[in-house]
Design a protein. Structure first.
Length: 768
């Protein structure tokens, strides 16, 4: 063995390999080996690949080496953490926000007042009987009333049958008084629902439905549960199939999937701890952790595992290949994870309901990074070459070509870098065109219209709303808190405003009575509406009520001390939409600024950091445009099985921005790292782009396929908001991994030239 004195001496030995022995790099020493033909060489390990060239001596990760040397300790510790996460989730559970806990402003104040008041209500379910041919005849209504009273007599959960009354549309409404829990919610609506279904079967010529908070919640929760079980069942085999195609070996494909699922389990355990000890989380947090955790966890492990296999095929020892993978792909994963966490922290800036969503997403990304950079090296060290076990026969030819730059993406990058300005302008114009529909995006906090309209309880809701249009289920609620002795004055003031409220556009009816709490301090008056919370006219209706009705009530109560008037109810959650829209610019600015700083410090190039921010913003804009085009109209209803409300869920633009901005960094950093690596190996700026794209295309394609597969499954869910999230993420990732990273990125790198790899000397370069 001899010491390598310099890079020039080593390159000279390579160039004269026909006349001299060959040096094989191993660590920081060089082995000279003779063969019968005079030489024995592995060009990839020397820094020159037969298929692409430009491989500098790779950095080794001390953390990966430590994991390799303490492999069993790391794996056993990881298993203990996994078991603890599962145990905490199962034993402690995840505490979620109470209904209305996400509201803000005036509507939140109204909700708090009503929650704290005792109206002495018995939870009620309503049975509605409608004749499609027209109003029920009085004698038919009387017969049905008697039959319904008998049908619910003795049914479990039903305390009694109230007095039937005619609906505004000629229907018959029969109240059912239900057994209540400590919160005043019906505890067992199922038997009553079953009795209603039997009545409907006995009268096929009539529409008979049951509506109430408990029956609606039960059916919706059952539907959501079935949806997510289906999503979990399908997401795992879809991910496994994609990984099998990517790796060509069963064991190699299983490792990222196991780590992804493990990251989700650990993050859910941490979420349970946070929710019970710090803040309750939004009910959607668990879905978000599963959605992001499975995609990111699999992708990060995929990046590191593919690089380790690449180095092993190039001649490195098992330990060295893992250390190199940790020093290259592992470092890219760490930077990407940090950027994703920074993007997710934008939700903390928004506050409110986004705080818990952001915490859940940040926890699962952090768990995925630790799994890929610490646990995965230990697993690979234990498996060794057995990670290639159970290889699929049809993948051997593809494996033989791995490392070649003569691929579709390599050739395309070569064409793009010849005329980068033309490609950048053309594709940039395409992305701007895709983004243009977002200018007409309408957002709304969805209500019952975002639920599957074929649910029995949803159909019954529409029956009930037609029968009792001013009921609180479809109304604005004027809530007044005042001293107990003033209840009569409050009622008079509210009812005196009935003419003003009834004269407003899109007001369907006003109640002729007021609900008063048991202590006389809280009064509630309902104003029925002709529009739902997703309608674009809803904010105007709310503004009119606040501008014309509430001041009239406040003036009438001027002599009542400490009287406070608020507007709440189902429609007033437009406050939440306005609040979210107002938070979006702050979140965007925060995420853009921090991403710019992280990219500048990571790669030492301000020009590359600016290009990164511009590309990501363009990618997110295109995703917004696609989402608006699909869900803002009705053309895709049959294709994706939904009923369009013409609006996007109000929480979705902010959520999509932070998710997409973070997730797109996975591909961007991985591709850019391979380009930087080729440039450091001696390639020209243009050739480095071609080589970097070719070397990273396979893993980026596989990673994107995993994300698109998982997100597409969520696009099949029944709830419209979840469908919008899944479709938006799937379309955005597909676009980002192909058009943006495959064409726009090489075009911008070609325009930047060496500025993409250099910067002020005082800037650190965390990624080499």
């Amino acid at each position: 063995m001899i010491q390598a004195s310099s890079a020039e001496r080593l390159m000279g030995m390579i160039q004269n390999q026909e006349q001299s022995p060959v040096a094989l790099v191993e660590g920081d020493r060089v082995e000279v080996r003779e063969t019968a033909a005079g030489v024995s060489t592995n060009p990839a390990r020397l820094g020159i690949e037969d298929s692409g060239g430009y491989r500098p001596e790779q950095p080794r990760s001390p953390l990966a080496r430590w994991s390799v040397r303490h492999r069993w300790l790391v794996v056993l510790s990881s298993l203990l953490v996994l078991v603890a996460g599962v145990a905490v989730t199962a034993g402690v559970g995840i505490a979620t926000l109470e209904q209305g806990g996400e509201l803000v402003g005036d509507s939140a104040a109204a909700e708090d007042i009503m929650d704290g008041a005792d109206f002495g209500d018995v939870p009620t379910e309503y049975v509605i009987v409608t004749d499609p041919a027209g109003p029920l005849a009085p004698e038919d209504a009387a017969d049905l009333t008697a039959e319904l009273s008998m049908a619910y007599d003795g049914v479990t959960g039903v305390v009694g049958v109230g007095e039937a009354f005619p609906g505004a549309d000629g229907s018959l409404v029969v109240p059912l008084e239900m057994v209540a829990d400590d919160d005043g919610v019906a505890v067992e609506p199922g038997p009553a629902v079953a009795a209603t279904q039997e009545m409907a079967q006995a009268h096929p010529d009539l529409e008979i439905g049951q509506f109430g908070e408990a029956s609606l919640d039960d059916e919706v929760n059952e539907t959501i549960g079935e949806d997510f079980v289906r999503a979990e069942i399908f997401s795992i085999p879809v991910t496994l199939i994609i990984l099998l195609l990517a790796f060509g070996a069963v064991v190699a494909a299983g490792v990222p999937l196991v780590l992804g699922l493990g990251s989700v389990a650990v993050a859910l355990g941490l979420t349970a701890i946070v929710s019970t000890g710090l803040i309750p989380v939004d009910p959607n947090s668990q879905s978000l952790v599963l959605l992001i955790g499975l995609a990111v966890g699999v992708d990060y492990a995929l990046f590191v595992l593919r690089r380790a296999r690449e180095e092993r095929h190039a001649g490195a020892t098992v330990e060295d290949s893992i250390a190199i993978a940790g020093g290259t792909a592992g470092r890219a994963v760490a930077i990407s994870g940090l950027t994703v966490v920074i993007a997710m922290s934008g939700m903390l800036v928004a506050g409110g309901m986004f705080t818990s969503l952001g915490l859940g997403a940040m926890l699962v990304v952090g768990a995925a990074v630790l799994a890929a950079t610490i646990t995965l090296p230990a697993i690979l060290a234990i498996l060794g070459d057995k990670v290639e076990a159970l290889r699929l026969p049809f993948t051997r030819r593809r494996e033989a070509r791995r490392g070649s730059v003569d691929t579709f993406w390599g050739r395309l990058a070569g064409q793009v870098t010849k005329r980068p300005l033309a490609w950048a302008v053309t594709v940039g114009a395409l992305l701007v065109a895709l983004a243009s529909p977002a200018l007409g995006m309408k957002t709304a906090t969805g209500g019952i219209e975002t639920l599957p309209q074929d649910l029995a309880s949803v159909r019954a809701y529409h029956q009930f709303h037609d029968a009792v249009p001013a009921d609180e289920s479809g109304a604005l609620q004027v809530v007044v808190r005042a001293p107990a002795g003033s209840a009569a004055d409050v009622e008079a003031a509210l009812l005196a405003s009935g003419d003003t409220a009834g004269s407003l556009d899109l007001v369907s009816a006003v109640d002729d009575s007021v609900q008063v709490s048991a202590d006389g301090t809280v009064s509630v008056w309902n104003i029925g509406l002709q529009v739902n919370s997703s309608d674009e006219a809803m904010p105007d209706v709310v503004d009119q009520v606040r501008a014309q009705v509430l001041p009239e009530i406040e003036a009438a109560l001027a002599d009542v001390p400490d009287a406070a008037v608020h507007l709440g109810g189902a429609a007033a959650v437009t406050d939440l939409t306005s609040w979210m829209d107002g938070r979006l610019p702050w979140v965007v600015g925060f995420v853009l600024a921090l991403t710019l700083i992280v990219m500048t410090l990571s790669f030492g190039s301000p020009a590359l950091a600016l290009a990164t921010v511009a590309l990501n913003a363009l990618s997110v804009g295109a995703a917004y445009g696609i989402l608006t085009a699909v869900f803002g109209g009705t053309w895709a209803e049959g294709l994706l099985d939904f009923n369009s409300t013409g609006a996007i869920a109000s929480w979705l633009p902010l959520m999509l921005f932070v998710l997409l901005f973070g997730l797109s960094m996975d591909y961007h950093i991985f591709v850019t790292s391979r380009v930087r690596e080729a440039r450091d190996g001696g390639a020209s700026p243009r050739e480095a782009i071609r080589v970097g794209l070719a070397r990273s295309a396979g893993v980026v394609t596989a990673a994107a396929a995993v994300m698109v597969g998982v997100f597409s499954i969520f696009g099949t869910l029944s709830i419209l908001e979840m469908k919008q999230l899944g479709v938006g993420l799937a379309a955005a990732v597909l676009l980002d991994a192909t058009v943006v990273r495959g064409i726009m990125l090489p075009a911008l790198l070609g325009l930047l030239g060496d500025r993409a790899h250099t910067g002020p000397s005082w800037l650190p370069r965390l990624h080499h």
